[in-house]
Design a protein around this ligand. Structure first.
Ligand SMILES: [Fe+2]
Length: 210
């Protein structure tokens, strides 16, 4: 990994969602993946590394990944990226599950939509979009510098639940096998919940992927 890159993980919100603050300390800019809650803390985490938040990316629109989105947007003005199918998910409290928690989270439309294979520029680096539907119809992973932020598609030893609106297990397993397990064993995976893992570890140990 580029020595100027620091990845800070914050565990936020009611179901311990991972928010990643991806800091380029040379350029003094940060990208936030899944602003789950506590926008002030996310902002301060970037600031502690001397970085301004330049962009925000959502791996999908579920309520527990967007709880800090509105606050962070108003603090930074940074553009928000989601998969094109996320427009529908973000706009529908049933699909993003905000309805299930009594509508306590105000949803927020993304500024930019992306699709499989698109690249989101972050300085001279690029987050490559890997569309991985299954957990939700808008689930995507983001690859940069040999690592992958994989949202709720795959976890260390498990996979994302598919019993919520737009979820489908066969689609999810197909996404993981066709889009993630084709990567090299050493590829780090940074999931939306729990500890980081690698493609090789999941290939070998993940019960769902046998
Ligand atoms: Fe989710």
């Amino acid at each position: 990994m580029n020595k100027n890159i620091k990845i800070k993980r914050l565990i936020l919100g009611p179901v311990a969602t991972n928010c990643y603050v991806f800091c380029d300390t040379a350029r003094k800019k940060a990208a936030v993946i899944d602003p789950a809650d506590k926008p002030e803390l996310i902002y301060r985490t970037a600031e502690d590394e001397g970085c301004d938040i330049e962009l925000v990316i959502l791996t999908h629109g579920h309520y527990d990944h967007i709880g800090g989105l509105k606050g962070l947007k108003s603090m930074t003005g940074a553009p928000v990226y989601c998969h094109i199918n996320g427009v529908d998910v973000l706009g529908d409290p049933r699909k993003n599950c905000c309805e299930d928690i009594g509508g306590r989270i105000e949803t927020f439309a993304a500024d930019e939509t992306v699709e499989d294979g698109d690249e989101i520029a972050f300085g001279d680096q690029k987050f490559k979009v890997i569309y991985t539907p299954g957990h939700t119809i808008d689930s995507m992973c983001l690859a940069l510098d040999g690592m992958v932020f994989c949202g709720d598609t795959v976890f260390c030893g498990s996979v994302g639940r598919t019993d919520l609106p737009t979820g489908d297990m066969a689609t999810e397993l197909n996404s993981i096998k066709k889009k993630l397990l084709v990567l090299s064993d050493e590829t780090p995976l940074y999931p939306g919940h729990g500890e980081a893992t690698t493609v090789g570890y999941e290939r070998k140990h993940n019960f769902y992927l046998r």
